[in-house]
Design a protein around this ligand. Structure first.
Ligand SMILES: *[C@@H]1O[C@H](CO)[C@@H](O)[C@H](O)[C@H]1NC(C)=O
Ligand SMILES: *[C@@H]1O[C@H](CO)[C@@H](O)[C@H](O)[C@H]1NC(C)=O
Ligand SMILES: *[C@@H]1O[C@H](CO)[C@@H](O)[C@H](O)[C@H]1NC(C)=O
Length: 327
């Protein structure tokens, strides 16, 4: 008990100048405290008198205790205070008087009583924007406390604030944090915390979306270019076709058509489809002319074998015309 009191009195935490002025002693509620007074050669004839706030709490004269309890007095005259409460705070004084009434020794001290610091708790937030993790040492009651931090069990001597900021880069590997909160009478350590922050996803997402946007834009551009290309191709093809149709009739026309058949018959067939359902066109209309020649070429055995499957769909509507008379 005495050692505990002495340890706390000797200064668990360094006192600041301001607090030194107000309190000589700090103790926790519920604690036992021995007031630090030592009178080595205590004679039985001497009078020992302890006061608290000018009220006598112990008086011993000629070896007899008239106020207080004998067991609370040590051989050197120090006084044990049991189970401290907030009312135990205040000014304590001791006087030792000689037989002839002169003062042999005195001491005065002011005692402050406070609650023990509660066990702190570490919380953290991951600030991915700044690439840091922010830890905070929480204590239930807001009271003046000193904080300290440990990283993997080692005290971070320069970190004495309630918050701690660590860059995410420093978090690689297993990192455990703990904080301690302390006041003048006690110190409590938190449980260790192993923070997990997702390794910077926002930049990745940002990059991915940018790439996606670029791909989309690029894709759209390619599609537009392709469309223009196709339109130009179609136009030039139609132009060529109409020129040819306008130009020659008969054998020469057919020969040129046959040359192109392998690659262009499909397209010609497509352009012809819409007109097939309508009434038969006059011989002057260019598509009709094209159609007529095709129907004629189909009847030729060598040509139909030469182009094979490509020609077979073409004559279908026409079979009514030329073939029925043959049956
Ligand atoms: C204070 O002293 C009393 C009696 O000496 C003892 O029962 C009690 O446990 C002590 N309290 C503390 C906190 O040490
Ligand atoms: C003694 O005085 C202090 C203030 O200085 C007060 O907090 C405490 O309650 C007082 N105690 C008694 C028993 O009067
Ligand atoms: C009182 O007694 C003490 C020791 O017992 C002595 O040193 C001191 O001189 C005395 N004073 C007077 C005035 O007699």
């Amino acid at each position: 008990m005495t050692t505990l009191g002495v340890i706390i009195l000797s200064g668990l935490i360094n006192l600041t100048a301001a607090d030194k002025d107000t309190c000589d002693l700090h103790a926790a509620v519920g604690q036992n405290l021995t007031l630090p007074f030592v009178h080595e050669v205590m004679a039985k004839s001497e009078v020992l008198r302890w006061t608290h706030n000018n009220t006598i709490i112990l008086l011993r004269q000629r070896g007899k205790v008239s106020v207080g309890r004998t067991e609370d007095i040590s051989a050197t005259g120090s006084l044990l205070l049991r189970n401290l409460g907030f009312s135990s705070a205040g000014i304590y004084q001791v006087h030792v008087l000689n037989v002839n009434g002169t003062l042999a020794k005195a001491w005065t001290g002011r005692l402050c009583v406070m609650d023990k610091v509660p066990k702190p708790q570490v919380t953290y937030t991951c600030d991915l924007k700044s690439g840091a993790i922010n830890l905070k040492c929480h204590i239930a009651k807001t009271q003046p406390s000193l904080f300290s931090w440990t990283l993997n069990g080692k005290t971070l001597s320069s970190e004495t604030k309630q918050t701690l900021s660590v860059s995410l880069a420093q978090l690689e590997g297993e990192r455990s944090f703990a904080c301690s909160a302390a006041n003048r009478v006690s110190q409590e350590k938190s449980d260790t915390v192993r923070p997990t922050c997702e390794s910077p996803p926002p930049p990745t997402i940002c990059l991915a979306s940018k790439i996606a946007a670029a791909l989309l834009a690029g894709g759209a551009g390619v599609i537009v270019v392709l469309l223009i290309f196709v339109i130009v191709l179609c136009r030039s093809h139609v132009r060529i076709k109409s020129q040819m149709q306008r130009g020659d009739e008969g054998e020469a026309r057919m020969i040129s058509l046959n040359k192109r058949e392998s690659d262009s018959i499909g397209r010609e067939y497509e352009t012809l489809i819409p007109t097939e359902d309508s009434a038969p066109r006059g011989p002057d209309s260019p598509p009709g002319a094209c159609y007529e020649t095709e129907a004629q070429t189909e009847n030729r055995p060598e040509q139909s074998t030469a182009v094979g499957g490509q020609l077979t769909p073409v004559p279908k509507p026409r079979t009514k015309g030329p073939r029925t008379p043959n049956i």
